[in-house]
Design a protein around this ligand. Structure first.
Ligand SMILES: [Zn+2]
Length: 363
């Protein structure tokens, strides 16, 4: 099918504002809410604004930057899973060239993660020696990315044998202010309880993982409208990570196991206290791309209703990022399902049609 054809969408159609229609039309790749005359091809089903992976690393694998060919393949795998918008949560490869392609998801880049030597995965991050260099590096990454900066807020400190913050609170505050002044929002990798208070004090915009957040942290995040991306597929791996560090770092291993055991309660508490949750697979380091349906199912297992997870993964994320998917007059980015994921989240495993950049990609 080509962009010149006209389609009628029929069934349950979710728009970017969360409202529903029984019918909509796609003309010249754009959404119309008024009936069009002439030849139309009808597509029946449940239509969602293209899914959003809020934490995904295109251009990254277990060893650092990939080749451009592999980054492209990762993007295609994401597309075929129904993900048509990615907030890249840091990549060692500059993937801006992928943004001019219409056959892959749109990528909102974070630039490169910011960490310190031996305080994050090797070959992933832009590593700076001293905490007081953070504001200047955040300013630099803000100018490289597409409106987001990603920092690593805590990681194991080997001398101390446990998770610990990477940055002094005053440097975090100055860094977030610099990123904001450059027009970027800031998100942070955080596993540990000890790093969260300073991130909230600094005016962070979003939190990744959030496994160490206390009830007080959750209340503060809810009040300030700061979302959390729980990345349950990554948290599932915490007991494996604990096993690797068991002998040398028993305190670290104990903490990772405890957070693993409590992962569902943690996510449920965030939801119950009113924190917005977004869906992120954390694909790219150790997790395969294309697993958004699995992450959504894990959120439902943690007690978040299917209806809410479906909304988070589609129109609510798009609203948060300001990228249209199903809005009248805008180019359509949508996914069709035979069954309704609002009722049964496993329906997300089988998209039947992808409309990306107004063009049908897969039936
Ligand atoms: Zn990540």
């Amino acid at each position: 099918m080509t962009q010149s054809q006209r389609w009628r969408l029929r069934g349950r159609i979710i728009l970017d504002d969360g409202s529903e229609r029984p019918e909509a039309w796609v003309v010249g790749g754009k959404l119309s809410l008024t009936a069009v005359s002439g030849d139309v091809t009808t597509l029946d089903g449940v239509f969602l604004p293209g899914l959003v992976d809020m934490h995904c690393h295109i251009g990254l694998d277990a060893h650092g930057a990939t080749t451009p060919e592999i980054a492209y393949q990762q993007a295609v795998v994401n597309r075929d899973s129904g993900v048509l918008l990615v907030r890249d949560a840091g990549s060692a490869l500059d993937t801006s060239w992928l943004q001019s392609r219409t056959d892959v998801p749109h990528i909102i880049r974070c630039g490169q993660h910011i960490a310190r030597p031996r305080r994050y995965l090797k070959d992933f991050a832009s590593e700076i020696d001293q905490s007081d260099q953070l504001p200047a590096e955040m300013d630099r990454q803000a100018r490289r990315g597409d409106g987001w900066v990603k920092i690593v807020a805590d990681w194991i400190e080997r001398e101390h044998g446990d998770l610990a913050p990477l940055w002094r609170p005053q440097d975090l505050a100055a860094g977030v202010a610099r990123a904001h002044a450059a027009g970027a929002r800031v998100t942070a990798h955080t596993f540990a309880t000890e790093s969260v208070g300073a991130l909230l004090d600094a005016g962070i915009d979003c939190l990744e993982h959030g496994t160490g957040m206390s009830e007080e942290h959750m209340r503060r995040a809810a009040e300030a409208g700061i979302p959390v991306v729980p990345t349950l597929l990554q948290i599932e791996r915490f007991d494996q990570i604990a096993a690797q560090g068991e002998h040398r770092f028993p305190d670290f291993a104990l903490r990772m196991r405890r957070m693993h055991a409590q992962r569902r309660e943690q996510v449920h508490a965030l939801h119950a206290l009113g924190v917005s949750l977004f869906v992120g697979t954390d694909a790219g380091g150790s997790i395969a791309h294309g697993r958004i349906a699995d992450e959504c199912a894990a959120l439902v297992e943690a007690g978040i209703p299917s209806e809410q997870v479906t909304a988070s993964a589609s129109w609510q994320s798009r609203q948060y990022l300001g990228r249209p998917g199903m809005r009248e007059g805008e180019v359509v980015q949508a996914v069709r399902y035979a069954d309704d994921p609002h009722l049964d989240i496993t329906a997300l495993r089988s998209p039947t049609t992808i409309i990306t950049h107004g063009v049908l990609q897969l039936v």
